[in-house]
Design a protein around this ligand. Structure first.
Ligand code: TEU
Ligand code: CA
Length: 563
């Protein structure tokens, strides 16, 4: 197993719009990030994944880019960016930019030219097709945010593909001139000193050239086109070309966001000698509980399923390739609300347990802003308080247009799974607007900000913040956490998640109670040791207590170093 600096890194994701507002306009910004770099340095993170800060009309909050080499007006200036980059580097924090190149904004100069006429030189920077003779779109695919994946352009009498919103036209990666433009832009940012890229839906960039119709689920209006754009025929060619033309010339950290990727493909994307990417985000665990209408009809999830998924990925990439470890991001609900217990009694304990579960595994742990202080989901009473295009479109189509779900059913699903759960302002203090801004923010603050905020966390030695800080310190101190092999214990246990890590003559034993009940833990006989050292726990534990058999308290987490 090759040692690499990025394999030892802990990454912190910032969603700038909701992180910190420095100029009192209610919107987070780059100077607001610079103001908090000492806080992140204290936490001990090595890399910041910065969600998009490029010029954008914000149809999808920055994931619709209209100029890849300019800063979004609301977020500040390029000088602010350069200052933030410099200040981060002075604190040994690297900056990983969000590269959104499966699509651009429809307000990008390339698209404005492309749509101007069928023979414009930039026409095939995007994916244009004539409609079917019966006046239908080129294929029956649905878009991620609702409606058809094709938008008819009257002026040039063709349809363009948009797998997300109609203001996010897909770029045509078949076109070498387009690919060259992307590579030049990437090099431009790397020459400025940024340290790598998180690549947005990067496994969507190669489409099946046949553009066939897809199967239409009973009751759905559109087909699921994903078999024709997920992990497509040339995706590895493009990534290997990107690596050769750009990445290999710099010492970068890269991660591909890959909905629908499986472990076998994960190996192809991240294998050392594949020369593609360092690691991937898969979606298997965050799809647990997806019901008939995906996240909009969420069902209970089972711990045995979660353990099977994590174990598959830990074992699958153990010899080659690298995992990204995450519970949440700007698209997912808050970890404690989804996988832990956000009640008064168990929020902090279960937050520490979830952190232990992830941070003791092999791979790079990602901390989503506010996760380190145990921020929770939000329950806005009205759909009018939500801002996310995906949530709003779902409400209009499921409740108003197709009337498949009732208002209450969808609001319940929104409270559980809306992306806005992760996008309420970071709660810095008990001051108005949680210290995020001096004015009403672009999205309401979670009403629990007086109990849950950074200031309070920093004043409480038993807070989740200091627990994350200790987990990060342990990762720096014990190579076994980064490089040790993983093995699952008690595979069928419905409440306990226990696993080991092995490295040389050392063994880590991680014991987690994912339930609200007290549960008896019996140490499997195959675990042999003569010395035990408790590295971290979320309850007071007698360090000499025998671990042969334990009664685990609700959401109890323990990590032992065994020799
Ligand atoms: O997300 C990719 C993606 O598949 C999301 O649509 C995700 O599956 C969904 O939001 C979960 O409900 C990336 C970005 O992370 C997301 O914020 C963007 O909206 C999307 O791509 C388009 O750029
Ligand atoms: Ca601002």
């Amino acid at each position: 197993m090759e040692r690499r600096w990025w394999k030892e890194a802990v990454v912190y994701q910032i969603y700038p719009r909701s992180f910190n507002d420095s100029n009192g306009d209610g919107i987070g910004d780059i100077k607001g990030i610079t103001e908090k770099l000492d806080y992140l340095s204290d936490l001990g993170v090595d890399v910041i994944w910065l969600s998009p800060v490029y010029k954008s009309p914000n149809d999808d909050n920055g994931y619709d880019i209209s100029d890849y080499q300019a800063i979004m007006d609301e977020f500040g200036t390029m000088a602010d960016f350069d200052e933030m980059l410099e200040e981060a580097h002075q604190r040994n924090i690297k900056i990983m930019m969000d590269l959104v190149v499966n699509h651009s904004s429809d307000e990008h100069a390339w698209f404005i030219e492309s749509r101007s006429s069928q023979d414009n030189p930039k026409r095939d920077y995007y994916i244009w097709k004539a409609g079917k003779d019966n006046g239908k779109a080129p294929t029956n695919w649905g878009a991620a945010f609702g409606g058809s994946a094709w938008e008819y352009d009257q002026n040039s009498d063709e349809y363009y593909l948009h797998l997300f919103s109609k203001k996010q036209p897909d770029l045509n990666w078949e076109n070498p001139r387009l690919r060259r433009e992307i590579y030049d832009m990437m090099s431009w940012w790397l020459d400025k000193g940024v340290d790598g890229f998180r690549m947005d839906v990067i496994n969507f960039i190669s489409k099946d050239p046949a553009y066939p119709d897809a199967k239409v689920q009973k009751g759905s209006k559109y087909g699921d086109g994903s078999p024709y754009y997920l992990n497509g025929p040339k995706v590895h060619d493009y990534l290997q070309e990107m690596n050769k033309e750009v990445l290999a010339k710099y010492d970068t950290i890269t991660v591909g966001e890959m909905p629908g990727v499986n472990v076998e493909e994960g190996k192809l994307y991240t294998g050392e000698d594949r020369h593609e990417l360092n690691m991937v985000f898969h979606f298997e665990h965050v799809s647990l509980g997806d019901g008939k209408y995906g996240k909009w009809a969420p069902e209970k999830w089972k711990l045995t399923e979660l353990k099977r998924i994590f174990t598959k990925w830990q074992k699958g990439l153990e010899e080659d390739g690298w995992n990204s470890l995450y519970w949440s991001n700007h698209d997912q609900p808050r970890a404690i609300s989804r996988f832990g217990n956000d009640s008064e009694n168990y929020r902090i304990t279960s937050g520490k347990m979830l952190a232990t579960c992830l941070h003791m595994m092999q791979g790079c742990p990602y901390i989503y802003q506010g996760e380190e202080i145990g921020m929770t989901n939000v329950s806005f009473a009205s759909i009018d308080e939500y801002r996310d295009i995906e949530t709003i479109n779902a409400y209009h189509s499921f409740v108003e247009e197709e009337q498949i779900l009732t208002h209450d059913q969808l609001m319940d699903a929104i409270h559980k799974r809306s992306r806005d759960n992760a996008r309420t302002p970071v709660q810095w203090s008990e001051n108005s607007y949680a210290g995020f801004s001096d004015v009403e923010p672009w999205i309401d603050v979670n009403s629990n900000y007086k109990e849950i905020n950074v200031k309070k966390a920093l004043q409480n030695p038993d807070s989740i913040f200091y627990y994350y800080k200790r987990l990060i310190e342990l990762r720096k101190e014990y190579p076994i956490i980064v490089y040790g092999s993983y093995d699952l214990l008690l595979e069928d246990h419905e409440q306990i998640y226990a696993y080991t890590r092995n490295f040389g003559n050392e063994q880590l034993l991680i014991i987690l109670n994912f339930s609200e009940e007290e549960v008896e833990f019996k140490l499997p006989s195959k675990i042999n040791f003569t010395q035990q050292e408790l590295l971290i726990s979320n309850y007071d534990v007698k360090v000499s207590e025998s671990i042969e058999s334990l009664v685990l308290r609700p959401y109890e987490a323990r990590v032992y170093l065994l020799k």
